[in-house]
Design a protein around this ligand. Structure first.
Ligand SMILES: Cc1cc2nc3c(=O)[nH]c(=O)nc-3n(C[C@H](O)[C@H](O)[C@H](O)COP(=O)(O)O)c2cc1C
Length: 192
């Protein structure tokens, strides 16, 4: 697929088939992630591939506990958006997806967060290229993951990416983008 078509076709997937995926496919996705640019080429990202059923259940339980707290205190516009998108504290994708890529980053590295998000973008696109669905799930509190997965304290959890075959087909209509003319300025910022 043309790169731009691939970029446009990727959508966040929150419903997964329980169908397994080969390790070879997952590794090709992770391989893309490590080619991202990074501050001083420190490559601060680390990927923890979770496929163990019990571990996935533990992650879901802890995440849902945090989400329930968060949804009660979230700012009103976010609450409204959650409602519109049908996003609740339930996170079935954490157990339905055959694998979770837990992305953590070394906070001692310069620009660790920015670099790691670029790495995540590469992961999402290579997954799309393999016809696999993904989501960048960012739990409201992440300390439980350091504990559960033995992640050293100087690594910060950046996102959990469920990966698997999609059981939904969201469209651009439900995930609109701002038109180019609204976000592009020539030479100087101009009021639109
Ligand atoms: C930094 C970041 C954090 C996100 N966190 C969550 C999340 O915690 N839960 C979730 O369901 N989606 C999350 N998303 C996905 C966005 O909601 C989604 O990308 C956006 O609504 C556009 O939809 P699309 O990805 O299908 O184009 C996150 C995306 C980004 C980039």
């Amino acid at each position: 697929m043309e790169l731009l078509d691939l970029i446009k076709s990727r959508k966040s997937i929150r419903k997964y088939k329980k169908q397994s995926i080969t390790l070879e496919k997952i590794y090709s996705v992770l391989d893309a992630g490590r080619y991202a640019p990074s501050g001083a080429n420190q490559q601060p990202w680390t990927y923890i591939l979770v496929t163990d059923t019990t571990l996935k259940q533990q992650i879901r339980k802890e995440a849902e506990r945090e989400e329930t707290k968060y949804h009660k205190t979230a700012p009103s516009p976010l609450k409204e958006w959650f409602k519109k998108q049908g996003i609740t504290p339930a996170k079935p994708f954490l157990t339905d997806a055959p694998a979770l890529i837990v992305v953590a980053s070394d906070t001692k590295a310069p620009y660790w967060l920015e670099s790691t998000w670029i790495s995540i973008a590469y992961i999402l696109l290579q997954a799309e290229n393999q016809k696999l669905g993904t989501l960048t799930y960012t739990p409201s509190d992440t300390a439980f993951l350091n504990k559960l997965l033995n992640i050293p304290n100087h690594y910060s959890l950046v996102a959990i990416i469920p990966i698997g075959y999609p059981a939904e087909t969201p469209t651009t209509k439900t995930r609109p983008r701002k038109p180019l003319k609204q976000i592009v300025h020539h030479n100087k910022y101009s009021l639109k």
